[in-house]
Design a protein around this ligand. Structure first.
Ligand SMILES: Cc1cc2nc3c(=O)[nH]c(=O)nc-3n(C[C@H](O)[C@H](O)[C@H](O)COP(=O)(O)OP(=O)(O)OC[C@H]3O[C@@H](n4cnc5c(N)ncnc54)[C@H](O)[C@@H]3O)c2cc1C
Length: 396
């Protein structure tokens, strides 16, 4: 069968399936982190619809459409996955589950993991059964991540891990951690290994870092003689930096695309309802109107750039440092989006605890976006990478 006919048949079948299977409640933008399904052993579904949507999508492997079927994926080609994303967007279907497992660990395991590691971990990520956190940053190792000091001592068939991580997002809600540990103290980048372990292992503990908002999106994470089996080493001993860098590329892509993947409410639609229209049917506030128009043009251009880079990556033509460009620009764009979202709501958007504002969702999201230019590597660090690796400017 000709490829164009095949893909249009796939589109028709996909649309019909989504129409029949996506619950109405799951056809609207997620309003907050609490409204988003993260999965995991401790997860409590917000509604029957959220549970059903996850189960139905996981059964088809469509929570991770391009992963191989034997690891819980849908086995779709890049072109088919694009069609699925387009059809989900046109019906307003939200992602059935989001997770660090899907965004970061999964791609790294697919590239560096053994068949046994893939079989053990990937299907549980695809079904939203195990939630992962990322143990990279330490009190003295953030931008200079390779200075990390958490040690894994070789005990023959296992390691004993001791040390501390910081800013570990959702560590207290997660089941397993992917963690960078030092296995050779005499070397820097080439003395780091990448290990996986259950956060319920004796000796692993977390202390939430409370923010001014009262929420705790991350923790300090402590390891006191934690036993990690050698089969949970990903890649080779002392070569974890390669796995870490590859995973970071995926993290940066996802943070860069955050405004695009999280089905955020439309800015102009929100503005229409909060600011109102003039006699000509335009947004009545001139300055805001031009700022929103400018934002939406930049957003459209960025969306096309994301698609172009995605296609280039599939054809192995993308520059490896492009993820830094996407991360930098996407973070700035998302911050701009929420500045404007706050402006359109006026003083109402600063409400903090009212039911009307859904416990201050706009204000809290606006504040949360400030972290976009820090998490996954700061904007300054991305600009350094772009300067050195893309513009090839002389290094300091
Ligand atoms: C919301 C959020 C979630 C996070 N989640 C996680 C997580 O789940 N797991 C995890 O491991 N980490 C996580 N982090 C930590 C994050 O990766 C680090 O905060 C980040 O890498 C910066 O490190 P740092 O905080 O130590 O700052 P530093 O590295 O100390 O940087 C301080 C300042 O100096 C600047 N700077 C540093 N080096 C340079 C340089 N060479 N050139 C120019 N400027 C420089 C930085 O840009 C920054 O402005 C999270 C952070 C945030 C904000």
């Amino acid at each position: 069968m000709n490829q164009t006919i095949e893909i249009s048949e796939f589109r028709n079948n996909t649309r019909a399936w989504l129409e029949a299977n996506c619950p109405t409640q799951m056809r609207k933008a997620m309003t907050s982190d609490d409204d988003t399904c993260w999965g995991g052993r401790k997860w409590k579904f917000a509604s029957d619809a959220q549970k059903l949507w996850l189960e139905r999508m996981a059964e088809r492997g469509w929570t991770v459409p391009t992963w191989p079927k034997e690891y819980g994926g849908g086995g779709l080609t890049g072109a088919e996955a694009k069609v699925l994303a387009q059809e989900m967007a046109s019906l307003g279907c939200r992602p059935p589950v989001v997770s660090f497992g899907i965004w970061m660990l999964g791609p790294a395991l697919l590239k560096f993991g053994t068949h046994e590691q893939k079989l053990e971990h990937l299907p549980k990520i695809a079904r939203g059964e195990i939630r992962w956190c990322q143990g990279y940053s330490e009190p003295n190792a953030g931008s200079d991540l390779a200075s990390l000091a958490t040690r894994a001592d070789d005990m023959g068939d296992h390691f004993i891990v001791n040390g501390q991580k910081i800013w570990t997002s959702y560590a207290d809600e997660c089941d397993w951690i992917f963690c960078l540990v030092r296995t050779d103290t005499a070397k820097k980048h080439t003395g780091i290994s990448f290990v996986l372990f259950d956060m319920a292992t004796p000796g692993a503990s977390t202390r939430p870092i409370r923010l001014i908002s009262g929420k705790s999106p991350f923790c300090e994470t402590f390891f006191d003689n934690v036993r990690v089996e050698k089969r949970n080493l990903v890649g080779t001993l002392d070569a974890g930096w390669d796995v870490a860098k590859y995973l970071l590329m995926h993290e940066r892509d996802i943070i860069g695309a955050i405004g695009e993947v999280s089905s955020t409410p439309s800015l102009s639609e929100t503005a229409k309802s909060t600011v109102g229209l003039d006699a000509l049917g335009r947004l009545s506030e001139f300055h805001l109107r031009s700022q929103i128009a400018e934002f939406e043009l930049d957003e459209a251009a960025f969306r096309l750039t994301l698609q172009r880079v995605g296609d280039m990556a599939k054809a192995s033509l993308a520059h490896p440092a492009m993820s830094s460009m996407l991360k930098y620009y996407g973070a700035e764009l998302n911050k701009r989006r929420w500045e404007l979202m706050a402006s359109t709501g006026g003083s109402d958007a600063l409400e903090w605890e009212s039911k009307r504002s859904d416990q201050g969702q706009t204000a809290r999201t606006w504040l949360r976006t400030k972290g976009n230019s820090i998490e996954g590597g700061t904007s300054e660090v991305q600009l350094n990478v772009i300067a050195k690796r893309i513009l090839e400017l002389p290094g300091a």
